[in-house]
Design a protein around this ligand. Sequence first.
Ligand code: GLV
Length: 323
Amino acid sequence: MSQPKIFITRLIPGPGLNLIKEHFPSPKIWTHDLPPTREQLLERVRGVDGLLCLLTERIDAELMDAIGSQVKVISSMSVGVDHIDLGEATKRGIPIGHTPGVLTDATADQTFALLLAAARRMVEGVDYVRAGKWTTWHPQLLLGADMVGATLGIVGFGRIGQAVAKRAQGFDMRVIYHDPTAESAYNAQPVDLDTLLRESDFVSLHVPFTAETRQMVNDQFLSSMKRTAILVNTSRGGVVDQTALHRALKSKQIFAAALDVTDPEPLPMDSPLLELENCIIVPHLGSASKRTRDQMSLLAARNLIAGLKGERLPHCANPEVYK
Ligand code: GLV
């Protein structure tokens, strides 16, 4: 067949990129650090047969119009697909690829890193030393929360939520979860959301971002948590009402929060959340380990290649497209 036209919206890790080039030698790649602007994206995707994108690109009807009806596949190097209008893609017969599984452990590790960092006030400690405030060992300095015996409440018990539960076993935590669709695993006990919020010392969010989960962490959610509780979010920023979270942290209605994700991303530098000592924010690093990103690039490449060859995608986010 003649060479298909491919556009890749950023320089992805070598394993995935090399695999694509083995099959199709000349993909067009956006090599800048920052993603293409909307206008640049609409321009570059015109007429391509395959698009490999990241979660920074909004893939909606306008973009699908710009690509054209010849497109065979859109492959996202992400597990989450909330940046893609799946219904629209399905309607147009476009299979959407994503990268489940390979980032489960890295994201669960990141969740635990944030949980521990917030519990033991790690960032405040680092800032304290750097500011030259460390004058002695003080019996009351930067006291945090214990893990052993604490209750961890997991909201959304899919792959990543379960991997977090698995890690919690090693810390002798009690694990409860809220997810009407999930079976129990790792001794985690299913509970309703009110019970979870009332009983948890740590609340960790692992739900997909949908119309139902948008801003589910609101004033009511936060006021149902313990005053000593810590909120961890490695799902999507839009799940949390950040104004409500700011109020809850500032008034010490909850003890602390640790966020891997915000809305918007990047978080504007004038966000009041950045002024709070009891709020840790890192720049969406859940899957950011070398091996994980290599594997994500490989899965995204395999989806792209399969789609371009007219084969079923190994990891399709809208399998109904094949019906
Ligand atoms: C990261 O957030 C992803 O969806 O891959």
